[in-house]
Design a protein around this ligand. Structure first.
Ligand SMILES: [Zn+2]
Ligand SMILES: [Zn+2]
Length: 533
């Protein structure tokens, strides 16, 4: 693992020197109005104060079939196509550092030579992605999925890059190798922050820790620019950006070691769990499930109601009498005797509450709850009812994740990959996520769907509709009036402007699309549907 990191170490050391040089005095810090939505308390590392405990969020998520399925599907779709490595440019000017998408030898701006991306960076990234895993035997992709799960449940995910640090003879950090990538628990992670900024205390002080002795925190006042040395090993320290509650004393982490990822909220500090918006509905669904379980396990529906008919004053009198007798001897069952109305046939009726879930319109409200929960996550939960029985016991769940959700999800991850690629010493290449083909397909279907809707409306106005495919092979329509058919014939044979000129046989569409081929074949038959007639 060390070989591909050697170069990263060299470059990193340059970076650190500039960062740690402090030749320019850092500006005075002063508190700013800083009030993150998730408030946090504590001295150094701030403890988030949430509506729910993080553990509760996990418990409810795992107890809820809807939430669990939604989250599993999102994570599955996001990472479905795995990771890839891509160069950022084809050529780079050696003088002005401009990047070009084309492979050119000479920079057009200053006439200097260019160079291609450094392929050794590709190898280094590739080795990292494929590496054998961390202490828990998890490969990087598995770690990312775990963190994605955390983000979807708590909107706070933490990735830790464990590094081996190298020191020069004076104890200054000379470089670092990334040796492991692992998930840190959102239950234990804390952010060091205050109104003075990240890694700052309430009075603007900075906190430092030694990467070897992580439990020893050194506090430096606001006006002191010096980076302190570890009091145990005299090694250079790092600024503490994160802390983790671990045993009796916290463990601290630096900015280039831990990546805090949020997805479902755009807030300072801690992310806001999506559960904030949906917990009532999730709980209602769980309670409904419990009701059904009770009805089955007790072999009966909840109680009925005893209706007694009669004159109210008579009834009250009899009832009071009964109560008095019951007080005198609670073990005796007394009959309730009342004078009946003249034409009353039955004095006492038992109204049974044989509640079936359908009677409550549960199926409807459950559907709505699920859809609302799905909307918060940007998915469409579709429940497919089983072949027999009522919906509650025989449902299957199918989740449709919108392309937008996956895009946004992947965009958030790609910011992380840029961070990671640079820490691995790669500047010409970066890790990317393979894009989802589903997205393209959905877009095409969406376009076709809208065109079909429009065509229906146009047909209702008395136009004839002709089905064709556009230059991208997507379903499209021509609208013709009855007597314009001849003109239309001509236009049809003309090439689409995006498509290369037609070949000798003059076919209309070059691209064959399997999904639409049946439409294409039937084209002549459907040519003039009788819509307008
Ligand atoms: Zn140039
Ligand atoms: Zn130390």
């Amino acid at each position: 693992m060390a070989s591909y990191l050697a170069r990263g170490r060299k470059r990193r050391s340059g970076r650190l020197a500039t960062r740690g040089g402090w030749e320019n005095p850092r500006p005075e810090t002063y508190p700013i109005p800083f009030a993150p939505y998730i408030q946090a308390g504590g001295e150094v590392e701030k403890v988030p104060i949430m509506l729910f405990s993080i553990r509760w969020l996990y418990d409810i998520t795992y107890a809820s079939d809807v939430l669990r399925t939604i989250i599993r599907t999102i994570t599955g779709e996001t990472f479905k196509n795995g990771l890839d490595i891509k160069e950022k440019f084809k050529s780079l000017c050696l003088k002005c550092n401009r990047q070009f998408e084309e492979d050119i030898m000479i920079c057009p701006y200053d006439g200097s030579l260019t160079r291609p991306p450094d392929y050794s960076e590709y190898i280094r990234l590739k080795q990292f992605i494929d590496s054998g895993g961390n202490k828990f035997g998890e490969k990087p992709l598995e770690v990312l999925k775990e963190v994605d799960n955390d983000v979807n449940i708590t909107d706070n995910g933490y990735i830790f890059l464990r590094k081996d640090y190298y020191y020069d003879e004076n104890g200054a950090i000379d470089g670092a190798d990334i040796v492991e990538i692992m998930r840190l628990s959102p239950e234990k992670m804390r952010i060091v922050m205050s109104a003075h900024g990240g890694a700052r205390g309430e009075n603007g002080e900075r906190y430092y820790f030694c990467p070897i002795h992580r439990k020893e925190l050194i506090s430096m006042p606001d006006n002191d620019e010096n980076v302190p040395r570890c009091q145990i090993c005299n090694g250079q320290t790092l600024e503490a950006w994160f802390g983790a509650r671990e045993e009796e004393r916290p463990v601290y982490f630096g900015k280039d070691e831990v990546y805090h990822i949020k997805r479902w909220s755009h807030t300072q500090g801690y992310g806001v769990p999506p559960m904030y918006s949906i917990y009532l509905k999730v709980l209602a669904l769980l309670k409904m499930d419990r009701f059904v379980v009770n009805a089955y396990s007790l072999q009966r529906s909840p109680q009925g109601l005893l209706v007694i008919k009669g004159r109210v004053e008579n009834l009250r009198k009899a009832w009071m009498e009964l109560m008095q007798k019951a007080r005198e001897n609670p073990y005796m069952i007394y009959p309730l005797v009342v004078e009946g109305e003249e034409n009353t046939k039955r004095i006492v009726e038992y109204q049974e509450f044989s509640l079936k879930p359908v009677d409550f319109l549960w199926v409807e409200s459950r559907k709505e709850y699920r859809e609302t929960i799905g909307a918060v996550y940007g998915v469409q939960p579709i429940f497919v009812q089983g072949a027999q029985g009522q919906g509650l016991s025989n449902e299957g769940l199918m989740i449709t994740v919108t392309a937008q959700t996956i895009n946004e999800q992947q965009r958030v991850w790609e910011i992380f990959f840029d961070w990671l690629s640079k820490l691995l010493g790669a500047y010409d290449y970066h890790i990317i996520m393979n894009r989802n083909e589903l997205e393209d397909e959905l877009k095409r279907l969406d376009i076709a769907d809208r065109r079909l809707e429009l065509a229906k409306n146009v047909a209702a106005l008395g136009f004839n509709i002709r089905i064709r495919k556009d230059s991208n092979g997507i379903l499209d329509f021509d609208y013709v009036r009855e007597n314009e058919d001849a003109v239309q014939e001509e236009r049809d044979t003309a090439p689409d402007k995006d498509v290369p000129p037609p070949k000798a046989e003059g076919t209309k569409s070059k691209k064959k699309d399997d999904s639409l081929s049946s439409v294409q074949n039937d084209e002549d038959k459907v040519n003039k549907p009788g819509f307008g007639n």
